[in-house]
Design a protein around this ligand. Structure first.
Ligand code: SAH
Length: 383
């Protein structure tokens, strides 16, 4: 037999995104003794997630022999940065790639008291929300835990957000408000956020992680139980006739069922409120009667309401509400006792605002199938 056929290339495993149990098993599979593997996992996690080290040789407390094993069998390479854009308001957007046609975006929004990273969960989306440009892009595929955690690693690298490289803790909040529906990629999002929230991982408090859903009702309770992050709901209408059109998922899970899932969300309290996102569409959902219907609907739920000025896109069937109408709408909501900050659009000059990213990415790169992000703007208050 040709000897060349017998020597197969060793499989290189991406270590980022593996749970401690998966990493332990992977280490044992390449010869690390079971008696040492738990300690090795702790050491590795510390280098990878606490220090952001990208080279196994720089993991100085590991024996040379173990470093060699790691180099032979593992990698901690980040997703490739295709483009980075920086807005005049400081917002940064990265287009990342992990394979042919697998491109997704991440947006960093610095504010005075926090820095928020808006993370994608899918390439494309299945939901077809009428006001969302990304909704016109078919789902390419779910992102893996590596690709989700990798977005944060890339942003930390670029921001110098590691203990040894600069101003640590620039990313204080993570919102799953990028492209895709996180509850349609439940297992991968759960695995990724477990690493983000782990004190030995990226160590962000679950209170500083927000998962946004268009209303995948059967998964909401599980999200609370198993992920335990803050919850945001893309509500956008208080009546089924309107919501059926804006968010077609409403035909599957209507407002009543959605509200019940919100009321049942584990751990809900005044200190742990649900954020309701409401895009302001002229003549569609922005009347004062709509505002009253909205506050009635969420009555009794510890909640914040985020009013999002609609970002139009070429061919979009809607217009943004007039500013004074947004203010009147916000008044009704405020008087009912809800904080209702209006989201200030961020990063418009780099096309990083909600619903804008797809068009720009397609223009820049005709081949970019996955180059859209739904939201680059965030609830004004997430903690
Ligand atoms: N699929 C999830 C995660 C996306 S979050 C969800 O729907 O919650 C992105 C947010 O931006 C959602 O609230 C979405 O409805 C909103 N959005 C999408 N396109 C927009 C646009 N053109 N203008 C303003 N907000 C938009």
């Amino acid at each position: 037999m040709n000897p060349e056929l017998q020597t197969s290339q060793p499989q290189i495993l991406q270590a980022i995104g593996l749970s401690t149990a998966e990493l332990k098993a992977a280490l044992e599979a390449v010869g690390v003794p079971a008696t040492a593997s738990s300690m090795r996992v702790r050491q590795l996690w510390n280098w990878i997630y606490v220090h952001g080290v990208r080279d196994f040789r720089a993991m100085t407390n590991l024996a040379k022999g173990f470093q060699e094993i790691l180099e032979t069998h593992f990698t901690v390479t980040r997703p490739e940065i295709v483009t980075e854009q920086i807005s005049e308001d400081g917002t940064r957007k990265w287009l990342l790639r992990t394979g042919p046609g697998i491109e997704f975006e991440t947006v960093y929004i610095p504010e005075e008291d926090r820095g928020t990273l808006c993370v994608s969960s899918q390439v494309g989306c299945t939901l077809n929300c009428r006001f969302c440009h990304t909704g016109t892009q078919a789902l390419v595929r779910n992102l893996t835990p590596y690709e989700i955690v990798g977005q944060i690693m890339v942003a930390r690298d670029a921001l110098g957000d590691w203990p040894s490289t600069g101003e640590y803790r620039r990313i204080t909040n993570v919102v799953m408000m990028g492209m895709g529906e996180p509850l349609y990629n439940f297992e991968n999002v759960k695995a990724a956020l477990a690493i983000v929230a782990d004190g030995d991982g990226l160590a962000l408090s679950r209170r500083r992680i927000t998962l946004s859903t268009a209303g995948v009702v059967p998964m909401i309770h599980r999200a609370g139980e198993e992920i335990g992050s803050m919850l945001a709901i893309s509500l956008h209408a208080a009546r089924d006739e309107v919501r059926d059109v804006l968010v077609p998922l409403n035909k599957k899970y209507n407002i009543k069922e959605l509200m019940q899932a919100c009321r049942d969300y584990p751990g809900l309290s005044n200190a742990r409120r649900i954020t309701f996102e409401y895009v302001m569409l002229k003549g569609i959902n922005d009347s004062l009667a709509d505002a009253r219907a909205l506050v009635k609907l969420i009555g009794g739920i510890p909640a914040k309401i985020n009013l999002i000025p609609f970002n139009p896109w070429p061919g979009s069937p809607y217009e943004c509400s007039d500013w004074d109408q947004i203010e009147k709408f916000a008044d009704v909501v405020n008087r009912a006792g809800y904080a209702s900050p209006v989201r200030t659009p961020r990063g418009r000059d780099i096309m990083a605002a909600c619903g804008q990213l797809k068009s720009e990415s397609v223009k820049l790169r005709a081949s970019a199938r996955g180059a859209a992000l739904v939201a680059a703007e965030l609830p004004a208050s997430l903690d």
